[in-house]
Design a protein around this ligand. Sequence first.
Ligand SMILES: [Zn+2]
Ligand SMILES: [Zn+2]
Length: 809
Amino acid sequence: MGTGRRAARPSPEALLTHLAGGRQERLTHVHRVPAREASPAPWPEWVTPTLYAALTQAGLPSLWSHQLEAAEAAHAGTHVVLSTGTASGKSLGYLLPALSDVVDGSLAPNGRGATALYLAPTKALAHDQLDRLDRLALPGLRAAAYDGDTSPDDRRWVREHANYVLTNPDLLHHSLLPGHEHWAPFLRALRYVVVDECHVYRGVFGSHLAMVLRRLRRVCARYRSYPTFVLASATVADPSVHAARLVGMPVRAVTEDGSPRAALTFGLWQPGETGYGWRPEPLAPDPAADPAADPAAEPAAAELPAARPRSGSAPSRRRSAVAESADLLSDLVAQGVQTVAFARSRAGVEVISAAARSHLRELDVALGDTVAAYRGGYLPEERRELEAALRAGGLLGLAATTALELGIDVSGLDAVLLAGWPGTRASMWQQAGRAGRAGAESLAVLVAADDPLDTYLVNHPDAVFGASVEAAVLDPENPYVLGPHLAAAAAELPLTEADESYFGSSMVPLLEGLSASGVLRRRPTGWFWAEGDRPTDRVSLRGSGTTLRIADHRTGRVLGTIDDARSHTAVHPGAVYVHQGDTFVVVSLDLDEGCALVRVGDPGWSTQARSMSAFDIVAVDRTRQWGPVGCHFGDVEVRTQVTSFLRRLPTGEVIGEHPLDLPVRSLPTKAVWWTLPADLLGVWGVPEAAIPGAAHAAEHAAIGMLPLVASSDRWDIGGVSTAFHPDTGVPTILVYDGYPGGAGFAERGYEAMEQWLTGTRAAIAGCACLAGCPSCVQSPKCGNGNEPLDKARAVALLDLTLDGARSPR
Ligand SMILES: [Zn+2]
Ligand SMILES: [Zn+2]
């Protein structure tokens, strides 16, 4: 299918050389992922004959070593996490044991001797899985999706008859667990729980899932069932640690990928300040590009010189990753190279597709129509049409948000562009893995966005391709998450002290607090839910707490919602707020009603909130001394007040500052902070008057760089710096989790502090700008209008900090 068209494709290296053209300095690195040889495995004998026959009917897939290893472990009742690359066939690892048992169990007198529960983070993924199962037409298998779209009649059928249920954590939390009596026969027979895409469960969402899975285990134990957990994950650091934190029990990791893979050429790209100079010339096919070429030949990674900082005047802002990716996409499509460009936002997807279409039309009117945008939320027919056009080759370019919400199959393309770092290495490999079809070599290019992390990464390939993978963090002990789930658990089955085995040692003190406030009632047989409503209605797994409505000021129509935590900065009176591509001006903000009223329309300026922040140190959990520098992790209370906002023209010019009257917000959370003696800072070249600017610049860059070691993004975390803190008595820099009770990011920062701050220093020192720019020390979310910032002395401050790390006292 279409392989003839593909055979005459230029090699990935030739394409990359062509793209770099006269812009060699923008291609900062080329990494080559060598081809991998297959490691086939025999089919296990315990696979039930019906399943084996159905798989044979569907064209028996080869079995690879990692699939066998995971399947054997799960079949033997060992909790297991399978963490291998995209398209490595992870699902066969859990389908073999789960389907074998479910099908055999269908012969039991009640027809349900064994059941399985599959959890996906999105509805679309669960439905894709269900389609796959349906196509097997496996006798005895009654698989069904159970989600927000399932009708009441269908729900009843699923509860009473299905033996393989596909759902999501939200439904488990809101429906299955609170109504577990209706699920008794299903739960009694529950043999396997599959948690797919488990790297998605990180931060507060991860903490919530960890609690939901503990509640599930507890309810199952009530029905005397002890299911085996099988987790599937993209490649993350320490998958067994992450999986064990999620399920609350030891989990064995399978990480050795036995599936074959063609070579991938991966370019790192940093946009310049000027346009790309888009002038595609047709590239001659590479006669040497033969997919059947010797896969064992592994050319060494071609290391190109890094972009050299320019002397002279300060550079202006770099081009955006989106604009640069649009040019690269146009160029690749003009070469006939089928390419998908992933952007971080829907707005980015629009810009890339519109710009690429217009570029290509200049070349050839018809060529413009070979590029499309994919924003998600499409009807199934539209998705199938898009897939068909990609397969037939009529569609050459696609701009899309992340693959997870795609709901379409875009694998097997020639090239992938990543417009901006997708957040984690796991996502990066997942997106890059969309390229590569039938043994043909493929190309991926990461285009850096104009921020410190992206800039650092494209100039430090080791951080992208080396061993230091970020950890997927979550904190199963956050009391702000645990408390509401304990209330939910008490409503499911009264809690007793023995339940500490699920919820840990902080359970009893928390239960006593919940009893004191009247939420729970203590009786001799345990703690009971004491209120009229359902406790699960009060917790959303996806949000960090309450949300505010955004409504049209005349009609009252609700246009969207916003997290309460962001409301003061984003929807204060007078704010210009962009919601899903539409622009509004906020007329009023009613905090008691939880509603912002807005008027539709773009006034021609943007707004930026200004705020004041301070913090109190509540408790120090851990401390380490780096010479004269003190590093700490613990509980803090961060107080923030939004005091005014600026109006800015698109040129950046400020046309007015307007005071606001908003209350102080208090956030109890976890933080990492470090303290520096003021006199030593003077010795290291940071005089007293320069400390605020140096500390502020270091704080911004440190926030931007925390995702290097923890899978957070900069919007999950905040920071405060001060030249004198009343609790410490010295200059102090604090980085905190932006969620009540913390989310695990700051803790991970404390654990990997030397790596984190070394990266931060390198990001600042390596930036070619003179006085600070968005690629190093400026922050898009600064409440102080990015003032004061002292780039050079931030480097000196970090030198002093890290000097202590190398000679700890
Ligand atoms: Zn800079
Ligand atoms: Zn700031």
